[in-house]
Design a protein around this ligand. Structure first.
Ligand code: SF4
Length: 606
C-alpha cells in the first residue's frame, strides 16, 4: 500500500520526511491547506502542525490540498470525494478535518474543500456523524469571522502547546469514530473551555441599522473575548521543515524559524502587533544546529544542502549572523526571506554570499521620510543604499523592494518618490561592467487595513486613486533598464480587504464563490454586499469590530493613539531604534504579555 501510493503520486515520491503511520485505532486528522500543494508545502506553520500531530502517539495526520481547477470536477464526481494524499482516506471518514489558513483569498477554498469532500459546508448542518472541522493559522488569529459559519472550532495564537492540548481534549471526550461518541454540541461546549479555542457557534452577533456590529454575546458560558495562546519558550520546539520537497516556493530548501513577531510595530503590519511578544531564538535554540553539534546532523538538512532562515524582520535577531555562520560552516547555503535594511549586518551578508542566494529582498514600503514616519518605518535611503552595497559586494545581483500604495496621507509625490528612489539605486548600484544589480524588482501592493493594527480604522483608498498611482509607477519606471514593476491587482486587494475586516454574514458570499468557481462579482451583488460600506467608511474610535471576539493582548487605546500619530505624521518616541524585545512600550496593554516578555529578556541576556 505504502509503496504503491508513493509510485502513483509523484509529489509524495519527491518528498523526504513524509510520515506513514498505520491508522490502527488512532484518531485520523486530515490537515488541509486551502490552496495548492505547492503553496501549502511552502508554509512552515503548516509543516509544524503536521509534525506536532504525527508526534502524538494516538493520532495519525495526513495532508490534503485543494485540487487544481481541472481536477475538481473529477474529484467532485468521484465515489470517495476528496481524499488525503498519503493513503487516500476520504475526508468524510476522518475524525478531525483541520484547515491551516494563511490568506484571506483562500477562505472560499475552505468551503470548496468541504464541498469536494461531500461534507455539508455549514457547521450547523453537520453533527457527530461528520468530522469535527477546526481552523488555525495566521488568518484565523487576525479575524476568523468570515469563516465562522463553516468551522466548528478555531485555534487562536501559537500552536506548539495549543494543538496537543486540543487533541488531548478531543481524544478524552471521544470523537465520532475514535472511542465514545458524544454529542457534537457537548463537545463544542467542552472545547470552548480550552484556552485559545474559539467556538463560533457559541457566540451571537447583533448588528445595528447601519450594518455594523452592535453587540457580541457569548452563550453557554463560552469566554468572551477568547485569549490567544502564546508559546513563551520557543526554544523548546523545533520549528523546521518536517518534509523537504523541491515542489515548493523555495525549491528543496530546508526552512527553520529563528524569530517570531517583530518589535518594530510598523502601523500597517499585523506581525508587528499580533505576534507579540517578540521571541528571538538563540543559536543554541536552533534544533537542527544542535543536532549537528551532537554529531547527528539531520539527513533532511544535509540532503537539502540549503537552509532558509524564517521570521518577521529576522535580521533584528541579534543571533541571526551567528546562526547563519553556523549553518554556513556545515557547508550549507544560507538564505533569508527578507532583511531589515538598518540591521542587515556585514556578517549576515557574508554568510549569504557563501551560498547561491543572488537576490536580496528589502521592504521600505514607502519612499519619503514623511510617509515612512506615517507608517512608523523610519529607515533612511542611506540604510537601503548601505544594505544594497554590502549585498552587491557579496555577490548579490538582484534586489527586490516592497512598497505599498494607498497609505494614509499619501500623495502623488510620495508615489513619484518610489520611482526616484529606484532610479538612484540603479544609478549607484546597477551593474555596468563589473558587479552590481542586474535586476531590481519593485513589488507594489495597495494597503489592506488589517485588524489589530493601528490602521484597522482606516478606510481603504478609492479604486480610482489606486489605479492612478499604479499609472504613475508604470510611467515613472518604464524606461529604467533592469527594473521590473509588479503591482498587485487593485480588485483582488479590495476582496482581501473585505475579508480581512468582514464578519460572518460573508459566509453566504463565500459559499456562492466556492460553488461558482470564483464568481465574486455576482456573489457580492446577489447578497447585497456594499463594498464601499465595508472598505471605505470611516470607522469610529469605539466601533465594535467582528474581531473583538478575540483578545490578542493588545491595548485598543494604544492602537488608536498610534493611528492618530500616523495621521499627523509622527513617530512614537524612540521608534528610530529597534526597541528591546522586552520593552514595556510594546506590551503596555497586557499583564499576560508583559510577563511573557520576561521570557524574552531572559533569552536576550543569555
Ligand atoms: S519590520 Fe517588517 S515585520 Fe516588523 S513590523 Fe515592520 S513590516 Fe512588520
Amino acid at each position: 500500500m505504502k509503496t504503491s501510493t508513493i509510485i502513483r503520486n509523484p509529489l509524495l515520491a519527491a518528498e523526504r520526511g513524509t510520515v506513514y503511520k498505520p491508522r490502527g485505532n488512532r484518531l485520523v486528522f486530515a490537515l488541509a491547506f486551502p490552496n495548492t500543494y505547492h503553496v501549502g508545502m511552502s508554509s512552515l506553520g503548516f509543516q509544524m502542525v503536521y509534525r506536532l500531530l504525527n508526534e502524538l502517539p494516538d493520532v495519525v495526520c495526513e495532508r490534503v490540498f485543494l485540487p487544481d481547477p481541472e481536477e475538481r470536477e473529477r474529484v467532485a464526481n468521484s465515489r470517495l470525494g476528496l481524499t488525503t494524499i498519503e493513503s487516500n482516506i476520504p475526508l468524510r471518514d476522518v475524525d478531525v478535518l483541520g484547515f491551516s489558513v494563511y490568506f484571506e483569498l483562500d477562505y472560499a477554498n475552505v468551503a470548496a474543500i468541504l464541498r469536494l469532500a461531500g461534507l455539508p459546508p455549514l457547521a450547523r448542518d453537520r453533527n457527530e456523524e461528520h468530522p469535527l472541522v477546526v481552523a488555525g493559522g495566521p488568518a484565523m488569529s487576525i479575524n476568523p469571522e468570515p469563516l465562522a459559519e463553516f468551522v466548528d472550532v478555531v485555534a487562536v495564537g501559537d500552536g506548539e502547546e495549543l494543538v496537543p492540548e486540543m487533541m488531548a481534549r478531543i481524544l478524552e471526550l471521544g470523537s465520532s469514530r475514535a472511542g465514545e461518541v458524544i454529542d457534537r454540541g457537548e463537545m463544542l461546549k467542552a472545547l470552548a473551555q480550552v484556552p485559545g479555542l474559539y467556538v463560533p457557534s457559541l457566540y451571537r452577533f447583533e448588528y445595528d441599522d447601519e450594518g455594523r456590529v452592535a453587540e457580541i454575546k457569548a452563550l453557554n458560558g463560552a469566554p468572551l473575548p477568547v485569549k490567544k495562546r502564546v508559546t513563551l519558550d520557543l526554544g523548546k520546539y523545533d520549528v523546521s521543515s518536517a518534509i523537504v520537497t523541491p515542489n515548493t516556493e523555495f525549491g528543496g530548501m530546508f526552512l527553520t524559524e529563528i524569530a517570531r513577531g517583530c518589535a518594530r510595530g510598523c502601523r500597517f503590519c499585523f506581525a508587528g502587533y499580533g505576534y507579540r511578544p517578540v521571541r528571538y531564538r538563540k543559536t543554541e535554540e536552533v534544533h537542527p544546529l544542535n543536532a549537528a553539534k551532537r554529531g547527528e546532523p539531520s539527513k533532511a538538512v544535509l540532503e537539502a544542502g540549503r537552509v532558509g532562515l524564517v521570521g518577521s524582520s529576522l535580521s533584528d535577531n541579534p543571533w541571526c549572523p551567528e546562526i547563519a555562520a553556523a549553518f554556513a560552516e556545515l557547508g550549507l547555503e544560507v538564505n533569508v526571506s527578507s532583511v531589515r535594511a538598518e540591521t542587515a549586518k556585514e556578517e549576515l551578508m557574508q554568510a549569504l554570499g557563501k551560498g547561491t542566494q543572488r537576490t536580496l529582498t528589502l521592504a521600505p514600503e514607502a519612499a519619503t521620510d514623511r510617509l515612512r514616519r506615517v507608517i512608523k518605518k523610519p529607515l533612511k535611503d542611506e540604510h537601503l543604499h548601505r544594505a544594497i552595497a554590502a549585498a552587491v559586494a557579496n555577490g548579490v545581483t538582484g534586489i527586490k523592494l516592497y512598497f505599498m500604495i494607498g497609505l494614509p496621507t499619501e500623495t502623488e509625490e510620495d508615489v513619484e518618490a518610489i520611482c526616484e528612489l529606484c532610479r538612484s539605486i540603479m544609478k549607484e548600484h546597477g551593474a555596468k561592467s563589473g558587479p552590481g544589480i542586474r535586476t531590481l524588482t519593485v513589488s507594489v501592493s495597495p494597503l489592506v487595513p488589517k485588524p489589530f493594527t493601528p490602521f484597522q480604522w482606516h478606510p481603504m483608498e478609492s479604486r480610482s486613486a489606486l489605479e492612478n498611482k499604479k499609472r504613475i509607477l508604470e510611467s515613472g519606471l518604464k524606461n529604467l533598464r533592469g527594473v521590473k514593476l509588479v503591482v498587485e491587482s487593485v480588485r483582488l486587494s479590495e476582496l482581501q480587504a473585505l475579508l480581512a475586516r468582514g464578519d460572518r454574514r460573508l459566509g453566504a458570499v463565500l459559499l456562492d464563490v466556492a460553488d461558482s468557481g470564483g464568481g465574486w462579482k455576482s456573489a457580492l451583488r446577489q447578497h447585497g454586499v456594499d463594498l464601499e460600506h465595508h472598505l471605505r467608511r470611516e470607522r469610529g474610535r469605539d466601533e465594535t469590530f467582528p474581531w473583538d471576539v478575540l483578545d490578542l493582548g493588545l491595548n485598543r487605546e494604544m492602537l488608536w493613539r498610534e493611528y492618530q500619530l500616523a495621521l499627523r505624521g509622527l513617530l512614537t518616541q524612540n521608534s528610530q531604534e529597534p526597541p528591546a524585545a522586552d520593552d514595556p512600550k510594546w506590551m503596555e496593554s497586557s499583564p499576560e504579555l508583559a510577563n511573557s516578555s520576561k521570557g524574552t529578556a531572559r533569552n536576550a541576556q543569555g
